[in-house]
Ligand binder design. Structure first.
Ligand SMILES: [Zn+2]
Length: 417
């Protein structure tokens, strides 16, 4: 029997250019993710991961001047002549959404409506940057889904998948599409394609995302926490009206509306650290402290839940936040591999204690004012604490990655960078 819990290769391979391993799962379409689904891992060519390979393509093969002209043509096709909003830029006020919305406005003459599917729990500095983003000259539509349901779903995803961030991700993808339908704005801009960091490298060749990857195809069911949504509605007595935010629009509706989803990273050479410097010109400020599990102060800093999101990723795949941050910075020549390895060894997998009490409250169903009786009694232990989280986490450790060091009384990875 395989000792790999999630279908990833049993033999760990480390990239010879960055800090990624072949255990980094390719992104899944979250609303299609069922319980027990197997993952596919990052692909390698001659010891180098496809993310590093694509990074070389970005530096050596792509004519960025030509791509910029292509972007102008797309903008010309959709630009409003009657002063209406002509594109949607989703974001929460992080460095990338700062860059995306402002570059489209200032350099391409677009009139973007920014839309925000709210983070679970804004950090103080994330909320501050969100306000600065709007004050830098952008209209914004901020939306919070039903808070009781959202908290419950996050807890359910924690229990079923060790992935409490999933309700945010599902909403974050679907919300701009719903906005496009509601407001009749046909052009939606996303940042970079996640294929830049793995997945199917061929996806990098396309500026747009296929409708079948973002919408519901005919007779298809959608899932949250690995459970089909209508079943979840019945089981926990949650009206479908409170779950509709988590179901993307139908492919046929998207197609007939003429909506197009474009990746800005296809047209403009995406560089997270450069986006950060761009955003600082508009007073974007980094976090006052490094992110838990990493050395960085400028990435994914707006949601308190992000700390655990990366921590759980480390438990499941051996890949922590410092690995994420350093791999990207190596590829953009911001740091070298030796520096990166030292940072990973120092920070990866650090237990994120800074917001834990607030997050435990967030997940404790007995503390959700609007939870119904089925939600309140859904779990053996309604409340959550550190001991509970650690026991739950251990159930998701794959034997091919982890061993327990009884002398030191702690878990250790089976391999070293
Ligand atoms: Zn690599």
């Amino acid at each position: 029997m395989s000792s790999s819990k999630f279908g990833l290769p049993e033999k760990v391979i480390i990239c010879n250019k960055c800090t990624y391993t072949n255990q980094k799962p390719n992104s899944t379409i979250e609303f299609r993710s069922k319980l027990g689904d197997q993952k596919s891992g990052l692909l390698f060519e001659n010891g180098t991961c496809v993310a590093c390979k694509y990074s070389e393509t970005k530096d050596k093969e792509i004519d960025w001047g030509k791509r910029r002209q292509e972007l102008m043509k797309v903008c010309d096709r959709f630009r409003s002549k009657t002063n209406e909003y002509d594109c949607i830029v989703p974001g929460s006020g992080g460095k990338d959404s700062f860059y995306a919305a402002l570059v489209l406005k200032e350099e391409f003459g677009m009139n973007p409506l920014t839309v925000t599917w709210a983070p679970h729990l804004y950090t103080d500095w994330g909320w501050n940057n969100f306000k600065i983003w709007i004050d830098s000259g952008l209209p914004n539509f901020l939306y919070h889904p039903n808070g009781a349901v959202h908290r419950f779903l996050s807890r359910l995803c924690l229990e079923n998948l060790l992935h409490p961030f999933q309700p945010f991700i599902i909403g974050q993808y679907g919300f701009p599409l719903h906005c496009s339908q509601k407001f009749g704005i046909k052009l939606v801009f996303y940042g970079e394609n996640s294929a830049e960091y793995g997945n199917n490298p061929k996806d990098n060749l396309s500026p747009t995302r296929a409708y079948r990857d973002i919408g519901i195809v005919e007779n298809e069911k959608s899932y949250i926490a690995g459970i089909e949504v209508e079943q979840l509605s019945r089981k926990y007595d949650i009206p479908m009206s409170s779950l509709s935010d988590y179901i993307p629009p139908k492919v046929e509706d998207i197609a007939s509306s003429g909506m197009e989803w474009h990746y800005l990273g296809y047209y403009l050479k995406w560089h997270p650290q450069a986006n950060y410097y761009y955003a600082t010109k508009y007073n974007f400020t980094p976090a006052p402290e490094r992110n838990a599990g990493s050395y960085s102060r400028y990435t994914s800093l707006d949601d308190k839940l992000d700390d655990f999101n990366f921590y759980f990723f480390y438990i499941k795949y051996g890949i922590g936040r410092a690995t994420y941050d350093s791999a990207q910075e190596i590829r953009r020549n911001d740091i070298n591999r030796k520096e990166a390895i030292a940072l990973v060894q120092r920070f990866d997998g650090e237990y994120p204690s800074r917001f834990e009490d607030e997050l435990f409250d967030y997940w404790s169903v007995d503390k959700i004012p609007g939870a119904n009786i089925k939600m309140k009694t859904a779990f053996k232990s309604p409340s959550v604490n550190r001991e509970y989280i650690q026991k739950l986490s251990d159930r998701f450790r794959s034997p091919h990655l982890w061993k327990y060091n009884t002398a030191l009384n702690k878990w250790e990875l089976n391999y070293k960078l």
